[in-house]
Design a binder for this molecule. Structure first.
Ligand SMILES: [Ca+2]
Ligand SMILES: [Ca+2]
Length: 122
C-alpha cells in the first residue's frame, strides 16, 4: 500500500479523519505518474481534470490555457512531485486557500469546487 500523508482543508479534525478513512487503499483512485501533480473532479482522486505539464502558475479559469476551464471544480489533488502546490480562490483578489506539500494528497473539504488558480513551485 502506498504510504502517503493526507490533508483535508477547512474541516474539523474529526471530519478530516472521517474523510481520510474513506480512502484507505485508494483502490478506486487513479494513479498519478511519478513527478506529476494530478487534479481530480471527484473527492476520491478519480475523474482526472488535469495533470500539470510543468511547474508554474496556472489560472484555471483562463480559456486560453484551459478549454474548457477547470476553475471551481477541483475536489482532490495527488501531488506526486517534489513541488509544493499553493491554491487560490478569486475574490476580487487572489485569496490563498492553502497548499499541498511534495508527495502528499489533499482533499479539498470545505474548499471543494473553489480553486481558481494553482501555483506549482519550481
Ligand atoms: Ca469537483
Ligand atoms: Ca473560485
Amino acid at each position: 500500500m502506498t504510504n502517503f500523508r493526507l490533508r483535508v482543508f477547512g474541516v474539523t479534525a474529526a471530519a478530516g479523519l472521517a474523510a481520510a478513512l474513506l480512502v484507505p487503499g485508494s483502490a478506486a483512485a487513479d494513479s498519478c505518474s511519478a513527478g506529476h501533480s494530478c487534479f481530480y473532479d471527484n473527492g476520491n482522486f478519480t475523474n482526472l481534470l488535469w495533470r500539470a505539464p510543468a511547474c508554474g502558475s496556472y489560472n484555471l479559469g483562463d480559456s486560453n490555457q484551459f478549454n474548457p476551464p477547470i476553475n471551481d471544480r477541483i475536489s482532490s489533488v495527488d501531488n506526486n512531485s517534489p513541488s509544493t502546490i499553493t491554491y487560490y480562490d478569486w475574490r476580487g483578489f487572489w485569496y490563498e486557500l492553502g497548499s499541498t506539500s511534495p508527495y502528499q494528497r489533499t482533499l479539498m473539504g470545505s474548499y471543494d469546487n473553489t480553486i481558481d488558480r494553482v501555483d506549482i513551485s519550481c
